[in-house]
Design a protein around this ligand. Sequence first.
Ligand SMILES: Nc1ncnc2c1ncn2[C@@H]1O[C@H](COP(=O)(O)OP(=O)(O)OP(=O)(O)O)[C@@H](O)[C@H]1O
Length: 606
Amino acid sequence: MDKFLSILRYYRNYWPTTALNALAMGTFEILDLFVPYAIGQLLNVLSKQPLDQPLESFISWMSRVLERPNTATFSLWVILGLVCVISVGRAPIQPWIGAWFNWDTALRARRDQARRSLEKILTLPLEFYDENNPGRIAARVAKGLANYTWTYPEIVGQFIPKLFRVLGIFAVIACLDRPIALVVLISFTIILSYSLSRLKGLSLQEEKIDKYMENTESRTSEIITNIKTVKAFATETRELKRQHQRLNREFKVVDYRIHLGYVKLGTWQRTVVQSCTFGVLALTLWATVEGNISLGHFVTILTLSSMAYAEVEPICNLAEMFVRRYGAMARFQEFIALPAGTDAGQITGNPPNYHFTGQVHFHQLTFGYVPHKPVLQNIELLIQPRQTVALVGRSGSGKSTLVKLLFRYFEPDGGAILIDGQDLRHLDITGYRRRLAIVHQEVDIFNGTLMENLLYGNPDATVEQVHGACRIAQAHDFIENMPLGYFTTVGERGVRLSGGQRQRIGIARALIMDPDVLVFDEATSSLDYESERAIQIAMRSLFGTRTLIIIAHRLSTVREADQIVVLDQGHISEIGNHHQLLTQGGLYQRLHSLQQTGDIVTDLRE
Ligand SMILES: Nc1ncnc2c1ncn2[C@@H]1O[C@H](COP(=O)(O)OP(=O)(O)OP(=O)(O)O)[C@@H](O)[C@H]1O
């Protein structure tokens, strides 16, 4: 039930419009019933049988108002006039109340919820993205939104009005013949409640299939993202086989459980509905022969009951559609209900404008991704403003984690990080992050021009600032040589740029933000010698201009740093400049000689 209510919450901003819309549509459905009723009354006039009292009174009132004699012909004209007003008169109004509002509301809700899901994507913690790949997340959001959008017109524009119509039919038949109305009501209740209980069972299968499909789509998206690896390892056959198994599993559930279930239900419904229609025909005929009802009422009851039974199938189809969509909508709601991460930045409002000298103090810092497994322990490190500090150490020693904590992607378990003496936890995340910049090993390039990519962090930068930053980053010359210079479009994921060019764009983009603290996270690791040299020159020209933190495996990149911090298994094992550390004969010296000679050292900790 909670899940169901959470699904309804999608439309919470639209309740008044929805209620009015459903009411108006329901009223139209009830007005529809006037036509079969009027035909019955016309028959009564033609067969000289009495009209129903309310209609008779209305016709007498009309004859007085229009000063016409109340004859059979006059009655026919009045009834015909009413049919014309109700059926033809409302025709131009109905689409504006039905179709317009149904889709208008569904589309507005879609816009609002798409925004909400984007807000969620922007505020979810990084761990969520470690566990869920982009394909899975995108599929869940897109399917949820599409299913919600289709469901609204089906439920508000069709399902609810049809229920109104059926209730109206019972009411009219009850006025004409109570026992027959009771038979119709009971049979209808049985058909609907049995159908709904079967549909509930099928909805569980639908949820299951949704999960299966999400897994399949997620893997397909992974194959697309990693297509080069798939081809290089020649694993196409294996990938195909695995996906084929998944698709087969989906097919079995969809075909043999879900589809079969719907067909069986349809067979049962059709048989029962036809039996009931026949039963009502027999009962009504009996009542007419007995003289309990007029010929006109016989026709009206038969037409109305057929109309009611004819609604069973569409009502069940709509319920079935809802059930089919239920899983995707529920999974969308689960996604929206995920709590934002503690690392979430501000997505609305103006963050404060901070300015720091760039003094960073890691004070007795302890942190682990999982409880009782610290990745960093008692890190005590003071970086003075404009100092260049290198973090080195073996893979997995915690260098990137230290930077992640500096960016507040995670909260420390113990100790604190202070910038200019202020605990990061007391600063506005967005305002604080705007004073930091990072150049990763893999620089993300957005689809657009080089200029757009360069201005990503600071759209207000001037052309001079951009050119200046690109010159420092050794990027200006190669950009100028591109067909449209700074306005060259770089394809999706920046495929038209080489690794070294991407790095230099990354550095320029970071510099355009004019950060107080700039971090290079293995920015040269994947580059050829020439590109590495260019990046090193760029880095060196930044020494002393701001606080620099450089994570590097290649020690040649960091030998000129003011401080080199050697991390080992989450601890600081050595600290000093290049020459001091070489003379200490510790881990740094061993790493250094390894890189100089290329020898394989069996145990670096000896
Ligand atoms: N998101 C995460 N969840 C759980 N454990 C993680 C996560 N990220 C890193 N780790 C673990 O934390 C430890 C430190 O990782 P970190 O990436 O900080 O090391 P590193 O020194 O930067 O390594 P490298 O030089 O290879 O990049 C490793 O044991 C790693 O497996």
